[in-house]
Design a protein around this ligand. Structure first.
Ligand code: NAD
Length: 549
């Protein structure tokens, strides 16, 4: 922390609490604080306008402003200054909504002491710095908000909560690879992030996409931690990415890029360290190149360094379609518990890549009419049900759904709002927001993609009674079968497909049953219940291992 005094703006109209904070901060020797106190919002805005405030301690109930309005006006005045809400026990839900809206943390006035106050300020200031540039990502912000919410409800140990807000290890490489033309060398940014190293090796896909950044990869690594913990897999979460558009590269360029990626991160990946898999923009061929590069490096074949490999290289039966298959197992489970008949019901799938196309296929096999599907440029609607196998053939030939003759073209926005029993977003993050959540017309929202729904949208969907299959549960089939692939690879086993699917169904059904039980018992939404199931496992592992040294 900086050695110069930190300027704290304390916005508080209760003189007793004001004196308490001044006393607690006044005792600190490292860091030291300049505490500026004001009692009204108007005075706070005036002081912030002058600049130089490092952190704001904000009471939301002031003589001239109440509740969230106070927070939003302070934030609007100085968007970069971290804000810590000072809350009484009665106002906790208000404070947590301010955190969802971007406040760094909140402190309970009744429980405040010098340790909790100094820690909160320290982390708020550090995080505000870290949020800049590379870390800045709506998805990372969402992942942190989801963690803060669940950690509060689960009363997670504060030491562990702070530890989990950022990944344990994050590596960035500026990665050069040769283009096909002439002697042109392209340099792109590449990432590997390992969120939790305490549960076993880390596990997570590699994403090739032009918008990838450290924050997005960190968010995805965090989601992997919860996914593995929720399904009781012996892994922590990781993720990798390259900021590149794979569609603009030839096969040769993709191969050179992938091999260079592998060699840049070779020190931190490996069957016992960190095991990559495919994600958006990568596939079995990319995994095969990673496996080969790693194997060349160590001098013998190491299939277990990646999962999602082609079968002939030690890939598992059922891995390619596992995420979609697992999603549909869970949709079937949800339909049974809600008395919805999937056979003859309707479904809409956003995204027609690995997850989306398999989800649409298995939904159709379950007897559902898939009335809408989309990809990056096209959305198709057919109230009689789209012929999914013909769409698959079309995409195999043309790569995209553009000009596909089997349905009426609609917009992506219209697609999400179609009347249906099941809506499965299987493309990108941040698709269902406060802006469109009120117009969704589905009974079940099944998150095949990672992070498709914002926290604000969650609240709206909850009020509207939409049943949520949250991402960390809904798309966990992929990592579960990746785990099977890893186990088979380490032991040179080959399980039949039926056994793989049955084992996956059991693991997912168990995770869903535990999540539903917790949601009902503690009156929680499914996302928070799933997060708490996962957090309890990660928290227990941290406690048991203790802190080295
Ligand atoms: P993919 O690259 O195979 O397919 C992505 C699909 O989304 C493509 O059809 C693409 O055209 C479409 N798309 C892109 N932008 C879109 C937009 N703006 N609107 C509509 N469609 C759009 O990727 P994938 O492996 O299917 O992954 C999709 C999502 O599922 C990602 O969030 C990923 O993190 C998540 N996920 C994947 C796996 C897996 O096993 N592949 C496992 C768990 C979660």
């Amino acid at each position: 922390m900086a050695s110069k005094p930190l300027t704290v703006l304390l916005v508080e109209d209760n003189p007793l609490y004001m004196r308490l904070i001044q006393r607690l901060l006044g005792r600190s020797e490292h860091p030291t604080f300049d505490v500026v106190t004001v009692e009204t919002l108007a005075a706070a805005l005036e002081r912030l306008a002058k600049g130089g405030v490092d952190v704001v301690l904000l009471d939301l109930m002031l003589p001239d402003s109440m509740a969230l309005d106070t927070f939003f006006r302070v934030r609007a005045q100085s968007a970069e200054t971290p804000i810590i809400i000072q809350s009484s026990l009665d106002d906790v839900s208000l404070a947590s909504r301010a955190v969802e809206g971007g406040a760094q943390d909140y402190l309970l006035k009744d429980r405040i002491n010098s340790v909790s106050l100094l820690r909160s300020i320290h982390y708020a200031v550090e995080r505000a710095h870290a949020r800049g540039a590379e870390w800045h990502s709506a998805m990372f912000h969402l992942a942190q908000q989801q963690l803060l919410k669940a950690a509060y409800i689960a009363e997670l140990d504060d030491n562990i909560r702070q530890r989990l807000l950022f990944p344990e290890r994050a590596q960035i490489a500026a990665l050069p690879f040769k283009r096909d033309k002439g002697d042109q060398v392209e340099t792109v940014f590449a990432y590997r992030v390992q969120h939790v190293l305490s549960m076993g090796p880390t596990k997570g896909g590699i994403r090739y996409h032009p918008d990838v950044g450290l924050g997005e990869v960190a968010a995805l690594a965090m989601l992997m931690t919860w996914k593995c913990a929720l399904t009781n897999l012996p892994y922590g979460g990781a993720k990798g990415g390259v900021r590149v558009d794979p569609a603009a590269l030839s096969q040769g360029e993709l191969e050179r890029l992938t091999r260079r990626y592998t060699s840049e991160f070779i020190g931190i990946i490996g069957p016992d360290k960190d095991v990559p898999a495919p994600d958006m923009g990568t596939d079995g061929q990319v995994m095969a190149w990673i496996m080969d590069t790693y194997s060349q490096h160590v001098g013998y074949a190491v299939p277990s360094v990646v999962t999602g490999k082609p079968i002939v290289l030690g890939g598992s039966l059922g891995r390619n379609e596992a995420t979609g298959r697992g999603l549909v197992y869970l949709i079937e489970h949800a339909c049974r518990s809600m008395d919805v008949n999937l056979n003859g019901g309707t479904a809409v799938v956003q995204g027609f890549g690995n997850v989306g196309a398999h989800t649409a296929t298995f939904l159709a096999e379950s007897g559902a009419k898939v009335v809408g599907v989309s990809d990056v440029g096209t959305a198709l609607y057919n109230p009689q049900g789209l012929p999914i196998d013909k769409l698959q053939d079309y995409v195999r030939e043309h790569r995209l759904l553009a000009d596909c003759p089997f349905g009426e073209a609609i917009t992506n926005r219209e697609l999400l709002e179609l009347d249906c029993d099941v809506l499965a977003p299987c493309a990108l993050q941040n698709q269902i927001t406060a802006e469109n959540a009120g117009r969704l017309n589905c009974r079940i929202l099944a998150e095949g993609a990672n992070g498709p729904t914002t926290l604000e949208a969650d609240e709206i969907l909850k009020e509207r009674g939409v049943f949520l299959l949250p991402d960390i549960l809904a798309n966990a089939g992929g990592v579960v079968v990746s785990y099977f692939e890893w186990v088979q690879g380490l032991q040179n086993l080959m399980w039949p497909l039926e056994e793989i699917n049955e084992r996956m169904r059991n693991i997912l059904t168990d995770a869903m049953t535990r999540t539903q039980r917790r949601a009902e018992a503690d009156k929680l939404d499914m996302r928070t219940a799933a997060m708490i199931e996962a957090l309890n496992r990660v928290g227990a592992a941290h406690q048991l291992r203790g802190l080295f040294p």
